[in-house]
Design a protein around this ligand. Sequence first.
Ligand code: IMP
Length: 431
Amino acid sequence: MANVVVVGAQWGDEGKGKIVDWLSERADVIARFQGGHNAGHTLVIDSKVYKLHALPSGVVRGGKLSVIGNGVVLDPWNLLQEIETIRAQGVEISPETLMIAENTPLILPYHGELDRAREEAASKGTKIGTTGRGIGPCYEDKVGRRAIRVADLADHATLEARVDRALQHHDPLRKGLGQPPIDRDALIEQLKQVAPNILQYAGPVWKVMSEKRKAGKRILFEGAQGALLDIDFGTYPFVTSSNVIAGQAATGVGIGPGAIDYVLGIVKAYTTRVGEGPFPTELQDADGQRLGERGHEFGTTTGRQRRCGWFDAALVRQTCATSGVNGISLTKLDVLDGFETLKICVGYDLDGTRLDYLPTATDQQARCVPIYEDVPGWSESTEGARSWADLPANAIKYVRRVEELIDCPVALLSTSPEREDTILVTDPFAD
Ligand code: IMP
């Protein structure tokens, strides 16, 4: 397969970083197509830890083109800081290895301020639990046709006109939230200063992607967050503000849908969620605490403790369908070591009716009671397993049951953060 899309199939934090890094070694181009620096991808290479937020994971590998597509929202100052941090770890980043789409909307300081002010003002039940990075307000501006985009940085008159247009919208909003108006001149000055540093990486990503595709180059589309945070198919309104599912890979860089040959869904062997919103299999007991401790479930971006629960096969079956997942990478199986019995959610009871999917209406979601199947656990360690023979029989049974219930095969099994600790069943890039 020439081109592979990697998407999170739960609420994010499924362990995409390791798999993307593993695949990026064999890709020529690695492209981010949605989200922004709300993401946090951790790569462990030769025991060295790299934490990436807006940069595609391919940057740490030499000789690749890393792309930030138009579907992303970009904080220019944060990106430059991230580039410096990664450079300090010995990684080379240059306009030859990094390209930013000219039509990418910029996250500006007022987006973060608005995001955080709204969250602070929100009452219980309406708080989203965002990362506070300004993601939602920036996407709102994009759709509202008042965003400032990378290309606008190149011309001062355009930039000033765009800022004026944005302020017409934002100043009244800020007034309502008790915030001072934006200092127009200071903002324009800040943007003029940052412009050359960003513009050196800017280009027509859609054109380069088309050329790479025609030249038979392998493209890896690197998704961020997870399908249950998708603006359309996630647990709305407790979602992020972008389309996260695989179809977005095409619009998020400007390539036809036919360019996608294989969709790999990343699935954690249990479930976690950061932020507010429904979570039918959440555990607020010792088992949940144990999953969190063993799985080191703290956010890479915000450091927040993640909510933990049993594996929800009904939800993953749903996300495999909406992203057209061809195979999954099952991660963190080792976190389940030592449980006597494991539970898998196979559907929901809604007012006495059995459902095999989570309904869309918020009130119905709240009334859904998970229907569990008990699966025997295992006492042996699966950490670092590199072949099926290294796995206890019950761990294999668990994996096989997951495949049956989600109606999708396992392509990769990850048993530790180290890249070698992976069992390969199907190579997503194989022809
Ligand atoms: P936002 O993307 O900052 O607007 O946050 C919206 C929701 O998505 C919140 O529940 C966040 O916790 C969640 N979220 C955003 N990015 C990530 C991520 O990379 N991993 C997990 N959850 C995320």
